[in-house]
Design a protein around this ligand. Sequence first.
Ligand SMILES: Nc1ncnc2c1ncn2[C@@H]1O[C@H](COP(=O)(O)OP(=O)(O)OP(=O)(O)O)[C@@H](O)[C@H]1O
Length: 254
Amino acid sequence: MSLIEARNMSVAYTDTPALAAVDLSIEPGEIVTVIGPNGSGKSTLIRALLGVVAPSGGSIHRKPGLRIGYVPQKLSLDANLPLTVRRFLCLPRRHSAAEIAAMLERVGVPGLQERQMSALSGGQFQRVLLARALLMKPEILILDEATQGLDQPGVAAFYRLIEAIRSEMGCAVLMVSHDLHVVMRATDRVVCLNGHICCEGAPTVVSEMPEYRALFGLGTGGALALYQHAHDHEHDHLGAGDGHDHHHPHHGAA
Ligand SMILES: Nc1ncnc2c1ncn2[C@@H]1O[C@H](COP(=O)(O)OP(=O)(O)OP(=O)(O)O)[C@@H](O)[C@H]1O
């Protein structure tokens, strides 16, 4: 049985749908990565799957009682709010000191229990958010661009950790990412989004698909063109050399 299944789902905040005709199911234990340009509906898809926004069309089913661990893109905490890591990890549910210690160790930040949340580095903060999600013993872990603000080695290490955790805990993982070149290796299935699902499949298969190349593969060999690409729904002009002569500034990765 699928953990979550969307059928012909659309989501609209205004007259123009942010997402249309989405068919997607997440199976136990698989790692699914959602990629797409800015504004392509990635966060909207996550919100719909989490049940935070209702679909305006189609349907969405979650396995009854599904335990979801959610790692947000960011979380703003007032720097003056006294809140230790230990207390943060006990929201909304209490966990034993031993459980907390073990989980902090597992996500690579041992011994931070009594540290103030406001004193953590970006990388430590992300790992504490991950620890909090994992303490829910999720059947599915959902991450929305969870590596924003981390440097390149930090991003790679974070995905290696996610992969290891999936193997240990057997949870499914659904993540939104811009870090394509890193994610490609750590994912079972890629879903390419641009208001609708343009293409999906195993990373090696998807990376050869014309729809994928039209969105991500030009000029820089993929991954780096994400932020620069126009939101173009016509995928049939590949190779014609038109429409893709806009700038592709390098995006930090080698
Ligand atoms: N609360 C909202 N009200 C109205 N429109 C919204 C709202 N949230 C998102 N949108 C619109 O829906 C579309 C999809 O947005 P969404 O945030 O899902 O895209 P995204 O792929 O996650 O973008 P990014 O990569 O920039 O995070 C965009 O056109 C956006 O402007």
